[in-house]
Design a protein around this ligand. Structure first.
Ligand code: GTP
Length: 240
């Protein structure tokens, strides 16, 4: 099967890295994900990744616990950098070159985010990992994913989650929940479906950037999605 996309942006939540252990980074989950990324790179797909930090620290949780929201969000951004370093290490151990770029400058650890440089890295076959979200408090890493996808002209956002798509209610609580195969951006906003926050969805809508939400825990799913298999939920301007 041939690939449907040449350049993709994968949004990986921090929680997706914690595996069964419920916090932090599961070495097994990390290695499995790195293996799938390495396979894409070897297929000639250009891969950018935006990583979340919720497995280490969640800004919103910090602020609801009484912390200043800005401070809590900066801690969340630092958590994404830690995940980014772990991911970079895991992918490079498989012999695939990567570059980590951060929206907050931490030069000793990573390159600062420079759009043209990121694009160049992608062209050269390096997996580019974006850390520290957008570098601004009050913006989620989903919004960072939408923004970076547009900036590097990715053709699609692949949102890897712990459920196999978007449902009309929480499938973990409601066994009758129905999965949507296709949705418009407006459906997501008007039905208040919790796929991505509304800032991220609006950005994708204004720029006609499709999003595919799929289950990361099923081995080989990223490749299947890229090869056009009908997995998860597709969010696009005009679903069939
Ligand atoms: P080309 O210019 O296409 O060859 O890309 P390159 O990334 O290989 O070039 P460069 O010589 O800029 O980078 C070499 C290594 O240094 C890479 O691993 C980069 O990620 C890293 N690097 C570059 N700039 C920075 C920085 O500001 N901070 C950190 N920590 N590493 C950097």
């Amino acid at each position: 099967m041939s690939a449907n996309y040449k350049r993709v942006l994968i949004k990986l939540s921090g929680e997706a890295l914690q595996g069964e252990q419920g916090y932090g980074i599961s070495p097994h989950t990390l290695e499995t994900f790195a293996g799938e990324i390495a396979e894409l790179q070897r297929m000639g797909i250009e891969v950018a990744i935006v990583i979340g930090g919720g497995n280490i620290f969640r800004g919103v949780a910090g602020s609801t616990a009484g912390m200043d929201r800005t401070s809590a969000d900066y801690m969340g951004m630092l958590a994404t950098v830690m995940n980014g370093i772990a991911l970079q290490d895991a992918i490079e151990r498989l012999g695939v070159p990567t570059r980590l770029q951060t929206a907050l400058e931490i030069k000793e650890i990573a390159e600062p985010y420079i759009r043209r440089r990121a694009t160049r890295h992608l062209e050269k076959g390096r997996v580019v990992i974006f850390g520290a979200g957008t570098g601004n408090p009050y913006f989620t890493t989903d919004t960072a994913a939408a923004l970076r996808a547009m900036e590097v002209q990715a053709e699609v956002i692949l949102k890897a989650t712990n459920v196999d798509g978007v449902y009309d209610s929480d499938p973990r609580q409601n066994p009758e929940a129905v999965r949507f195969e296709r949705l418009t951006y407006l459906d997501v906003l008007s039905k208040n479906l919790r796929v991505m926050d509304s800032t991220a969805i609006s950005l994708c809508m204004e720029n006609d950037l499709p999003i595919i939400v799929f289950d990361l825990n099923q081995a080989g799913n990223i490749k299947r999605v890229i090869e056009g298999e009908d997995l998860g939920t597709l969010i696009c301007p005009n679903p069939r």
